[in-house]
Design a protein around this ligand. Sequence first.
Ligand SMILES: Cc1ncc(COP(=O)(O)O)c(C=O)c1O
Length: 375
Amino acid sequence: MSQTAMRIPVAAPDLAEEEERNVLAALRSTWISSTGSFLNEFEAEFARLCDTDGALAVCNGTVALHLALLGLDVRPGDEILVPSLTYIATANAVRYVGAEPVFVDVDPMTWCIDPELLEASITRKTKGIIAVHLYGHPADMDAINHIAAVHGLWVVEDAAEAHFACYKGRPTGGLGDLGTFSFYGNKIITSGAGGAVTVKDKHLELRLRTLRGQGMDPNRRYYFPVTGYNFRLTNLAAALLCGQLARRDSILEARERVFSAYEEMLAGIPGIRFQPTATWAKRAPWLFSILVDAREFGRTRDELGALLSEMGIDTRPFFIALHRLPPFRLESRARNENLPHTDALSQSGINLPTFSALTDTQLEYITSSIRQVRR
Ligand SMILES: Cc1ncc(COP(=O)(O)O)c(C=O)c1O
């Protein structure tokens, strides 16, 4: 059978009747724009699940980060500590508010920002830390929060890739001052495009709500005390999200099945290593990630990706380290940033197809293809 004829994508949304019913209900109600009962329901439920007092639905995960930084009053000249091994949105949002992302290496055991390295990068300009829960694994939040408290910094969790992950039994999104999420089509919970900011502090929540809605005072319609933004999500998208939240257990279970299958079927292949999980972590089953040791496997990560692609299997290489990319590399070099763990992971990591509908046959095909191309 030609597998190329039916390529296996890296990600696919898990959508069911619940979502269809909700979207149709929103449509028929005519409440398809930026107010409506699904938005209220989503925000209440998402805050509850993240163990925060509030959640704000926004139009995507990049906007969620941007809104968080605006809410925290980040200004031109401020420095924000971020990992370099992340999606570019994390650092782009810092630039949107005129601040500078300062890159800190990751811990090879979590692939997230290394708390032990934070202090060396703190200057008088440092205002906060964005901890990214990379590829579903939570960052070491107690250690990060401790350093932040000692230096008077805030902490934002970028939980775009880690819906419902837990740190020492506590859910992501409720572990820092603010949490941000993406509901892009490849995420665990999705509305095609969408995002959220989770918040504990009531004053900060009010400020975020004001900034999200063009600066309008949430308690006084058409009065605008500040310059704000149109960062809202639609009730139509929230309808989809409500369906996804209601079915989260089944979505997570289906993805865990895929993770277990990969762990079993790829076990013992020389040169293939799995993402480690810290003892205190419950990782979210986002994209299944492996590291390729080119010497042991006989192929580089890029060769593996290219060969799998020829066999009809889409994969995604790990993020190119942000300190190596044109928008950031000169500044990073000027600061003499040296991020060996970031570079090593960025060059050897690859994400395999991970979505609910992957069949056992497809999983068998993907894993046997990996075995087959090894030299
Ligand atoms: C870590 C991280 N932060 C932020 C984002 C941005 O989210 P969005 O694509 O919804 O803007 C993403 C992914 O898309 C991400 O992976």
